[in-house]
Design a protein around this ligand. Structure first.
Ligand code: SAH
Length: 250
């Protein structure tokens, strides 16, 4: 069976994924550790994406070229931009755009030169399957994160949102920048640093791609508060629960 590629954005998340996997082998390529294993009987290669568009594109390309994955799923955290997105909500990407791509006036702003487009869609079937898994997990998160985390991070009724995610090589942590992004990409629900790069690589190879991002901050002046605690206690647990729920379905 061809393996599924799983990319995690942060160390804590990968560690949680590796605990869920039965790891069989580690292969070191391009300065990265790729972990082969099985999860609910499905062959998987899990890897840390590393932060930023170039690092994520290298990781995705290695997964495809060296490990022959036939689909790729990315989990991580993101800053919420859209109205009504709270910390602890989850965004399922339906498409990606690079908010810092700008080759104007040669090409329209955000258009990737020579691709003729700015937006890269995720795979509908794969995303629908992850949507069901995410909804199952969000219906009751306490068993996954514990009641203390529910209270600490106010996770009483987390919601799943679906739509556009904007990626760029910048941790957005000022209200000024947040407003600017909202103005240039009013439909973007969340901002992060890798997804659009992986979506472009997967489009190049014709590979199904899907991405789930837990909102860790509001991409404003408070964006760094409790970031590491949130990843450890909430986001990494959400990711594992959602991936597990997805993989256990036949
Ligand atoms: N201070 C953190 C920085 C990590 S970078 C640290 O020291 O570890 C942030 C990671 O989370 C990236 O993988 C990015 O995709 C995502 N992310 C979360 N919130 C973000 C935001 N507001 N802007 C950009 N990326 C964000």
């Amino acid at each position: 069976m061809t393996p599924i590629g799983i990319m995690s954005a942060m160390h804590e998340e990968l560690a949680a994924v590796l605990q869920a996997l039965s790891v069989e082998r580690r292969v070191h390529v391009a300065g990265r550790d790729f972990w082969h294993g099985h999860w609910h009987g499905r062959p998987v290669v899990a890897v840390l994406s590393r932060i930023g568009k170039v690092a994520a594109a290298t990781t995705a390309t290695a997964l495809i070229e060296r490990f022959g994955v036939d689909q790729l799923v990315f989990t991580g955290v993101a800053g919420g931009l859209g109205p009504g997105l709270k910390v602890g909500d989850v965004v399922l990407a339906r498409s990606f755009v690079q908010h810092d791509m700008d080759a104007s006036p040669l090409f329209p702003r955000h258009e990737v030169p020579l691709y003729g487009r700015s937006h890269f869609e995720t795979d509908a079937g794969l995303s629908d399957a992850l949507q069901r898994a995410a909804q199952d997990v969000l219906a009751d998160v306490a068993p996954h994160v514990g009641s203390e985390a529910v209270a600490e991070f106010a996770l009483q009724s987390p919601r799943l949102h679906e739509g556009l995610i904007a990626s760029g090589d910048r941790f957005v942590s000022t209200t000024f920048e947040r407003r600017n992004l909202q103005q240039i990409l009013p439909e973007a629900l969340a901002v992060e640093m890798e997804g659009a790069a992986v979506a472009q690589v997967c489009a190049d190879y014709g590979l199904p791609f899907a991405a789930l991002r837990t909102i860790s901050d509001r991409a404003d002046d408070d964006a760094h508060a409790d970031f590491s605690r949130f990843i450890k206690h909430v986001a990494s647990r959400y990711s594992v629960a959602m991936l597990s729920q997805w993989l256990k379905k036949p």
